[in-house]
Design a protein around this ligand. Structure first.
Ligand SMILES: [Ca+2]
Ligand SMILES: [Ca+2]
Length: 289
């Protein structure tokens, strides 16, 4: 090696070691419970990881704040739980009502510790729909109501559940399955497949230990299909899931939202689009279109 390059590498190595000495001991965030928090609310979340010893949590997006309440040792009861690490940290996460739903990144910092980062899923309240069989056939799917919906279901029988939803060109949708995040012990490895109005596959989401999601800007008007199945085509009594359909882009401003909310109060048939429990309107409701 040329002496100049060798010296440069030596200098780089010195810099790296001095940076890591300044940053401190390594800590690693791995898993959280529960798997999501709600926009406009304060939630308690447990973060698990190896040597996790933070005293602060900071989010990239304004409007979300967090507070570390407690950090202590954790001993998993199964091999799976032990893979989460040896520490559990209780944090309180508060989101303002106008923060955009979706993944929100955070960084954990602590005295003498290297920072570690992760993401929490921020969700909105949406009408719940119970999954109903038969829904196995691409040509006979379960038809979902328009707008954001949460399907509560179970993968059983022949092990495929198919849903149809309406989306329009230019809208961005996030379709996400929660299965392992409901029950971390279950063997369910969910796969999602999105098909266009001609049944052609557009995109797939594959579980890699923490469920999966598809987020896509639609290029044509729907209806679209979502298929949910297991990676090994298994199904069973404990293969429960929560499947969320969220329209992310076609979201009204607070002024539009207020206008829609008052329109909805006059027309009860669309109240469920805005606030199914009659609570205050979130800016992330449907626009007047
Ligand atoms: Ca089913
Ligand atoms: Ca089915």
């Amino acid at each position: 090696m040329l002496p100049g390059i060798s010296a440069a590498l030596g200098l780089a190595a010195t810099l790296v070691s001095s940076v890591s000495a300044q940053q401190g001991k390594k800590q690693e965030y791995r898993v959280q419970e529960p798997g999501w928090v709600m926009v406009g609310q304060t939630s308690l979340v447990k973060l698990y990881g190896q040597d996790l010893t933070p005293n602060a949590i900071r989010f990239d997006t304004p409007g979300i704040t967090g507070k570390v309440l407690k950090a202590e040792a954790f001993s998993g009861k199964s091999d799976w739980q032990r893979s989460w690490g040896n520490r559990v940290v209780e944090v309180e996460i508060t989101s303002a009502a106008d923060v955009k739903p979706g993944l929100q990144r955070f960084t954990l910092t602590g005295e003498g510790m290297e920072p570690t980062s992760g993401a929490v899923l921020l969700d909105i309240t949406a009408p719940e729909v119970k999954e109903t069989e038969p829904n196995n056939d691409l040509r006979k799917p379960q038809v979902l109501p328009d707008g954001p919906v949460t399907v509560v279901g179970k993968l059983d029988g022949d092990g495929a559940d198919v849903f149809r939803f309406n989306g329009k060109a230019g809208e961005t949708w996030r379709i996400e399955v929660f299965a392992r995040r409901l029950n971390r012990e279950v063997k369910f490895e969910p796969i999602l497949r999105l098909r266009d109005p001609h049944l052609a596959p557009l995109r797939a989401g594959v579980d890699q230990g923490n469920d999966c999601a598809i987020e896509l800007k639609l290029s044509t008007d729907g209806p679209y299909l979502i298929e949910l199945f297991d990676a090994d085509n298994r199904s069973g009594g404990d293969y429960n899931y929560r499947l969320t359909f969220r329209r992310l882009s076609s979201i009204g401003s607070p002024a539009q939202c207020a206008e829609h909310f008052f329109a909805a109060r006059k027309a009860p048939s669309i109240v469920s689009d805005v606030s199914p429990r009659g609570g205050p309107c979130s800016p992330w409701c449907l626009p007047l279109d």
